[in-house]
Design a protein around this ligand. Structure first.
Ligand code: FAD
Length: 407
């Protein structure tokens, strides 16, 4: 049912997992159902939240003390409980992280240390134990991360929509925010189709568009979103039988992405990916070039600085993404028996990765406030895992903003 009143106590922009979890947490914290979640698409989870690896991360990788470490660990536990209470598919399958050559062993040891510091259950595997867990994986060293799981994220998103609506809120789709301006004791919010709403507080969870939405709300975001495309490959036939759960390489510590990995999804099929290359369109899943996005990237000094810093890794990633043979070789390093003929291209995702003005990839989650607004400016992986915990953080920030009385 669409609300007739043009007012809402809180408007959340973005019906991805972060926006929906924020709406639920805000409702609980403020004791109000008067929340409208808006999304420009025709339903929830149409971008990152519905186009990812479907993994509930343990908190292994993240710097101890960072928001990512804290919120991933708390968020994963909350997610597991949430799914169990609502019968949403979730399976704690564990994962192995695999060093394929001796040069990766120090990085593997650092992951083990980080995991332990973050309270993650992680064990070093000898070759016999690795063989029992993943019989077809080859490694010179491996970790077993017991807490990692797989989950139906679109199912979580649908469930959150249901709860926001039952509490008195609503999801309005097909509404693209074009501008928000503070007027008096509230914000006037305008949308591309001419709809206007008024609210006390706006929460920007717009993912790939979050820097632009922040700017449209009058904020001056200190970061730019750079889109990184992630291509997936379905592993079919007898090759799929070679993977029981999740098999990850040791990631490049200078790069915030985890490397092409093998995942047995919650539905039971195996996929590999995602790659990580610069995309010339924030939502260009068909590899087209979005003129506005491409020009914005070209004019973006932060991106040039980023290019200078990471050109070597970036080129290697580009070569891999352009060559199915290289993807197959990377996977065969993990599982030598895997047959390249069993690999098929699958639907891609595009990550929203914030970059600072001096060209650094922002590693941690990032939030900002501007008058009557809370902005989520960096929520890359593991933000799907951490969404319920991120929602609590956002609700805390919203609670500090004075709300109008009597709508
Ligand atoms: C390839 C890939 C693999 C990943 N794998 C994992 C994983 O296994 N585990 C994990 O934890 N995380 C993973 N992630 C990260 C995770 O998916 C994201 O961190 C998370 O989904 C972010 O959620 P969000 O709600 O912030 O963004 P999104 O899900 O992108 O939602 C943003 C929403 O804002 C809407 N929007 C944008 N602009 C406007 C506007 N102007 N007006 C109205 N609406 C607007 C969009 O339509 C969209 O629905 C992965 C991401 C990718 C891309």
């Amino acid at each position: 049912m669409t609300r007739r009143s043009a007012d809402a106590a809180v408007i959340v922009v973005g019906a991805g997992l972060v926006g929906l979890a924020a709406a639920r947490a805000i409702g609980e914290r403020l004791g109000t159902g008067d929340i409208v979640v808006v999304d420009k698409e025709d339903g929830p989870a149409r971008h990152q939240s519905g186009r990812n690896s479907g993994v509930a991360h343990s908190g292994l990788y993240y710097a101890p003390g960072s928001a990512k470490a804290d919120l991933a660990v708390r968020g994963r536990a909350a997610l597991e409980q949430y799914c169990s209470e609502r019968s949403i598919p979730y399976r704690t399958c564990g994962k192995v992280v695999v060093a394929s050559d001796a040069a990766q062993l120090p990085a593997l040891a650092e992951l083990e240390r980080r995991g332990a510091a973050n309270g993650v259950r992680v064990e070093r595997l000898d070759s016999e134990r690795l063989r029992r867990i993943e019989p077809h994986v080859r490694a010179v060293g491996a970790l077993h991360v017991l807490d990692t799981g797989v989950v139906d994220y679109p199912g979580v998103a649908r469930s959150l929509v249901g709860e926001v609506c039952v509490a008195g809120g609503e999801l309005r789709v097909g509404l693209e925010l074009t501008q928000a301006a503070v007027r008096g004791d509230g914000l006037d919010v305008a949308f591309a189709d001419g709809t206007r709403l008024r609210t006390s507080v706006l929460v920007n969870c717009a993912g790939l568009q979050s820097d632009r939405v922040a700017a449209r709300c009058g904020a001056e975001p200190s970061v730019h979103i750079v889109p990184f495309r992630g291509d997936y490959t379905d592993v079919t036939g007898s090759s799929a039988e070679l993977v029981r759960a999740l098999v990850y390489p040791v990631p490049d510590p200078r790069w915030p992405f985890l490397g092409v990995h093998l995942t047995r999804s919650i539905e039971g099929h195996v996929h590999a990916g995602p790659t990580a290359v610069l995309a010339l369109g924030r939502e260009a899943y068909d590899r087209s070039v979005d003129r506005t996005d491409a020009l914005a990237l070209l004019r973006n000094r932060a991106l040039w600085r980023l290019g200078l810093r990471y050109w070597r890794t970036g080129l290697a990633e580009l070569r891999r993404a352009r060559s199915p043979e290289r993807v197959a070789e990377d996977l065969q390093r993990l599982v030598p028996e895997l047959d390249a003929a069993d690999l098929r291209p699958a639907a891609p995702g595009i990550r929203a990765q914030a970059v600072s003005a001096d060209g650094r990839l922002i590693d941690d989650f990032a939030f900002a406030v501007s008058p009557r607004c809370v902005h989520v400016l960096n929520a890359p992986s593991p933000a799907a895992t951490a969404a319920l915990a991120i929602g609590q953080v956002i609700a805390g920030r919203v609670d500090t903003i004075p709300r109008r009385t009597g709508r």
